[in-house]
Design a binder for this molecule. Structure first.
Ligand code: GLU
Length: 574
């Protein structure tokens, strides 16, 4: 067979050569060890956690080594294409700090190794298709869909492996006349790879995540070009990753079964094989067993879920790091304030079987991450989220930023910062009692206390404050200890034990402890049984912020007293 003639027959218009392409796309001038990697999304419109996992993996590999990360659009399947999909992906990943140095961008392309859209690279694939044909490594196949189905049926009946190989590869060695005749008839054809592999042979291969593997050789004459001249993933992968000078292919492990074919293709094309990182699929526990995260069943698979729920960007990022690199948590504990980018990401620390996603763990990580933020950072995060998902709350936050930041500063900093929220949507219920618009009190008295008794405590506290005002022109002690001393004194005067230990020894001697008194105050002022440190709360409510009247909590005491049935008009009388 004159393969050269066949190549001219099939690709008469292709005049460019592999040598010219090699020159056009020279090896990159990068330092030793620099990783060049890419993401090759199909524009299907669904941006998911798997994209982020792969994005972080390749981004870290590239940028940690001084290399290049690029974005290639794998749009060879036009049926699945959704408008705006690439933009969503770019924005979705940029939100988490994954930025591409090169490739497809929101407004066009940048970089010297393009085009970066596979649909615009047909002329390039055809150069290599022609070369393979000329070397007898690829051939046209004119089988119709029916004929292929018939082959499949015969294989099924004979209990043989499926696929186009061996005696089933009916166009593999057809004479030129048959090919010419088929072409003359205008029959459609695909280009197939002539596999020299055998399933009797194993190949050894080392994946950077999965480790050493033994794979069965490929013996199937896979399709390289479809009848419309568009390449399959396999062929495009080999040509693109070679010409774009990819050093490391990071992709989902659903591609692992195709790897033997890819190894053959790189070799047949005379290309150096890149390194591979096959990332395991994300799984979750479903009862006692693990399963893949599913688009249909698991809303948390969509990347948009995290933004909607109000997970801060660094929380999601750190959580992904936690599940990607087994040593990340130890590193974080040892370096609580270091920027996450200082962590040395390593594919060796990835779980070959894929990571287990667990939203409870994400929440824990997120609480931790938020607890390390400054009040100003929390404020910015909540506001940004609220502007989109809770505009009324955003307006309250913006009415007095300093007031909001002061609230958010309670319990922040120090060795054991508070961990009140995992998502921004939890901030509003946490701070709602500081805003009249949001205040929905529950004045149920503490365990075992009657409403009259609670009102009595409120009245006494109110009067203590009034007296302080008359004597010192302030309604609040200058520090928390002094405040609590006064609460204890008040408690004792009302028959409550000022000391918890003492109280436990002889509870029958007292109405209760000072704790019960401060709980009554908390319920009146915050309208709930749980709140951050009471003195800090009072301090903010006593502030000179325009949002606060200056004796905010006095109003709260009266309101609670009235709700409990007391006549608060006499509280002011001396
Ligand atoms: N288009 C392929 C996919 O979405 C890309 C795989 C790769 O990165 O090579 O799975």
């Amino acid at each position: 067979m004159d393969y050269k003639a066949l190549s001219e027959l099939l690709f008469p218009d292709v005049t460019n050569t592999p040598e010219a392409l090699e020159e056009q796309y020279p090896p990159r001038d990068l330092p030793e060890g620099a990783v060049v990697s890419r993401m090759g999304p199909s524009p299907t419109g669904f941006v998911h956690l798997g994209n982020l996992v792969q994005g972080i993996t390749s981004e870290r590999m590239c940028h940690q080594s001084g290399g290049t990360l690029f974005l290639r659009v794998e749009d060879t399947d036009s049926k699945r294409e959704v408008p705006g999909a690439i933009e969503s992906l770019i924005r979705g990943l940029a939100h988490y700090g994954i930025n591409f140095d090169e490739g497809a961008t929101i407004d066009g392309e940048k970089g010297a190794y393009g085009p970066y859209k596979q649909s615009r690279r047909a002329h390039i694939y055809h150069v290599y298709a022609k070369k393979l044909v000329a070397e007898g490594k690829a051939y046209p196949c004119f089988c119709t869909e029916e004929e292929l189905q018939e082959i499949h049926a015969r294989q099924e009946a004979a209990k043989e492996n499926f696929g186009y190989y061996g005696k089933y590869a009916v166009w593999r060695d057809r004479p030129m006349e048959d090919i010419k005749a088929a072409l003359a008839e205008g029959k459609e054809w695909v280009l197939r790879f002539r596999s020299e592999g055998s399933i009797e042979h194993k190949i050894k291969f080392t994946d950077l995540i999965k480790g050493p593997l033994e794979l069965t050789e490929n013996d199937i004459d896979h399709v390289l070009l479809k009848s419309d001249g568009i390449p399959t993933y396999h062929f495009a992968h080999a040509v693109d990753d070679h010409l774009m000078r990819t050093t490391h292919v990071v992709r989902g492990d659903e591609w692992l079964p195709s790897l033997p074919l890819h190894i053959q293709l790189f070799s047949a094309l005379g290309f150096k094989l890149p390194k591979y990182l096959h990332v395991g699929t994300l799984q979750k526990m479903d009862g006692a067993s693990k399963r893949k995260l599913s688009k249909r069943k698991d809303p948390e698979l969509a990347l948009s879920f995290y933004r909607e729920q109000g997970y801060p960007v660094p929380s999601v990022y750190e959580y992904i790091m936690t599940i990607l690199n087994s040593n990340f948590e130890d590193w974080r504990r040892a370096n609580p304030t270091a920027p996450v980018g200082d962590f040395k990401f390593s594919p060796k620390k990835m779980n070959p079987a894929g990571s287990l996603f667990d939203e409870d763990k994400l929440r824990d990580v997120s609480k931790e991450v938020i607890s390390r933020m400054t009040a100003a950072e929390v404020y910015d995060g909540v506001l940004d989220w609220a502007k989109e998902y809770d505009p009324d709350f955003a307006a309250l936050l913006e009415r007095s930023p300093d007031y909001a930041r002061a609230i958010l500063a309670i319990g922040r900093g120090g060795k054991k910062p508070r961990k009140d929220f995992a998502v921004w949507s939890e901030v509003k219920p946490y701070m709602s009692f500081f805003y009249e618009e949001l205040f929905e009190p529950d004045y149920t008295p503490p365990e075992g206390m009657t409403p009259e008794e609670m009102a009595n405590i409120l009245r006494a506290y109110y009067r203590q404050r009034m007296q302080m005002w008359h004597e010192k022109h302030t309604m609040l002690e200058p520090d928390g200890n002094e405040w609590f001393e006064n609460v204890k004194a008040l408690a004792e005067s009302l028959g409550y034990c000022p000391d918890t230990k003492l109280y436990r020894q002889e509870p029958e001697k007292w109405k209760g402890s000072a704790g019960d008194v401060s709980m009554a105050l908390r319920i009146a002022i915050c309208g709930r049984r749980q709140s951050p440190d009471m003195y800090s709360v009072l301090k903010i409510m006593d502030g000179d912020d325009p949002d606060v009247s200056g004796d905010f909590f006095m109003g709260r005491l009266e309101r609670a007293g009235a709700a409990l049935g007391a006549d608060t008009s006499e509280w002011n009388s001396r």
